[in-house]
Design a protein around this ligand. Structure first.
Ligand SMILES: [Zn+2]
Length: 187
């Protein structure tokens, strides 16, 4: 049995990380493989039924609070799991890394998507650890909300409140490039 591969998709808000994650999920679906999709229980931006729609392909993401919960679902599945997908991985505790590594050692591919940096331009610990462990890293960019260039790598919080795990959309966060980040932080 070969070890599974760990793929990490990172970038700022609105850089299409979830779309990229679901593109990979769709490839496994087309191949009639068994997949499990997870998201942190904290994220309630989408429907309560936890269905993520991607083009014509609908998938159910199971909300979980920890890596241990993911491992439990994985072990209870009963059949071989070909791939595990984790969205918004930065919200999980760093202990999730050990679990995801173990899942790859059992021959399952793992795909994670998440923010690499918080709105203070600092790495999220869990994502930073996964970047070290990953076999493949896909770093996405967004369009800078301020200058319109396709080079945004940072998420800027319009009203800073010190909470780096604050869930929100356009009302709270914008994607910006480093130059614009610097301008809005020093105005
Ligand atoms: Zn800019």
């Amino acid at each position: 049995m070969a070890f599974g591969k760990l793929t990490l998709i990172v970038g700022p808000m609105y850089s299409g990380k979830t779309t990229e994650l679901l593109n990979f999920a769709e490839i496994y679906e087309i191949g009639r493989k068994n997949i499990l999709l997870f998201k942190p229980r904290i994220d309630e931006r989408y429907s309560k039924e936890h269905i993520v729609t991607h083009k014509l392909f609908k998938v159910v993401a199971t909300p979980v609070a920890s890596g241990e919960e993911i491992l439990k679902h994985y072990q209870d599945f009963g059949k071989r799991v070909d791939a595990v997908f984790v969205d918004e991985v930065h919200f999980f505790e760093p202990s999730i890394c050990k679990v995801l590594k173990e899942i790859t050692q059992r021959g399952t591919d793992v795909y994670c998507a998440g923010l690499d940096m918080n709105y203070l331009w600092q790495p999220f610990e869990t994502t930073a650890l996964l970047l070290a462990l990953a076999d493949e890293v896909i770093k996405k960019k967004a369009v800078c909300e301020l200058c319109g260039e396709y080079k945004a790598t940072l998420s800027f919080k319009k009203e800073s409140n010190g909470n780096i795990f604050d869930v929100g959309g356009k009302e709270k966060y914008i994607a910006v490039c480093k130059d614009c980040y610097n301008k809005v932080c020093n105005h």
